[in-house]
Design a protein around this ligand. Structure first.
Ligand SMILES: Nc1ncnc2c1ncn2[C@@H]1O[C@H](COP(=O)(O)OP(=O)(O)O)[C@@H](O)[C@H]1O
Ligand SMILES: [Mg+2]
Length: 230
């Protein structure tokens, strides 16, 4: 079953000198439910833009996005809120956290945003994520006292805490040493295999890309398939 279907997506930005730059140029992408894909490409090619369109955070100029059969309408704030709260988890590049909350409070934030007090089931899952990501010892610390790698692992726990059906991760291992990068790769594989989450990862890392089932390269505003590994 097709879970994501992007058709003929175009996105342009002002280039700062009065002109426009086309970043995504008729891009198409189909992803099956439960698939795990990686998107690679050099810096500035539009990987973050593509992920933000998938996360409903940026509207394309042209084209359609079907998510689980729903035609995403970027002008319908209510629909967008439901999608973001209910089915999408987003790991942002460089992992911004709210500086006035502890790591643990940051992780539970999506549960609070979705409706008050997190359930005991959600708290148990958050505790398991914290253990898997090896950040139990920094749980009560404030973000400014965490290393870049610890912040990213907190950001990943936060993205997963609501058990989204779609996880979008923008360079999730960009700031991690090899050992923790390996843990993140294992967690992405685990949530894909065990929980059936659909995972889209943007990465520069060949070793992380190879843990996905399919790898695409973004170039000249379009995606090409790098390999199939089913
Ligand atoms: N909000 C924006 N306004 C203007 N230009 C942007 C904006 N977001 C991205 N761009 C431009 O679009 C291009 C692709 O950016 P991005 O999607 O961040 O690429 P990547 O993640 O592959 O490095 C870059 O040239 C960037 O400057
Ligand atoms: Mg980027």
């Amino acid at each position: 079953m097709k879970y994501i279907s992007l058709n003929n997506i175009r996105k342009r930005f002002n280039d700062g000198t009065g002109g426009q730059r086309t970043v995504l140029d008729g891009l198409c992408l189909d992803v099956e439910k439960g698939d795990h894909i990686a998107i690679t490409g050099v810096s500035g090619t539009g990987k973050t833009t593509l992920l933000r369109i998938l996360g409903t955070l940026t509207a394309p100029d042209e084209g359609t996005y079907l998510l689980d059969g729903i035609n995403v309408d970027y002008s319908d704030e209510r629909q967008l809120r439901q999608l973001r709260n209910g089915c999408i988890g987003f790991v942002f590049q460089d992992c911004p956290l709210l500086p006035w909350l502890t790591a643990w409070q940051n992780i539970l934030l999506p549960a609070q945003a979705a409706g008050g007090h997190p359930s005991s089931d959600t708290v148990e899952w958050a505790e398991e994520l914290v253990r898997l990501m090896d950040i139990s010892h920094v749980r009560e610390q404030m973000p400014q006292s965490l290393s870049g790698g610890e912040r990213c692992r907190v950001g990943l726990c936060r993205a997963l805490v609501m058990r989204p059906s779609l996880l979008l991760a923008d360079e999730p291992t960009g700031q991690l040493d090899a050992e923790h990068a390996h843990e993140v790769a294992e967690l992405l594989t685990m949530v894909n295999n065990r929980l059936g989450m659909t995972v889209v990862t943007v990465t520069h890392s060949d070793s992380l890309a190879q843990t996905a089932r399919r790898v695409y390269r973004l170039e000249n505003g379009q995606l090409t398939t790098m390999n199939y590994e089913l």
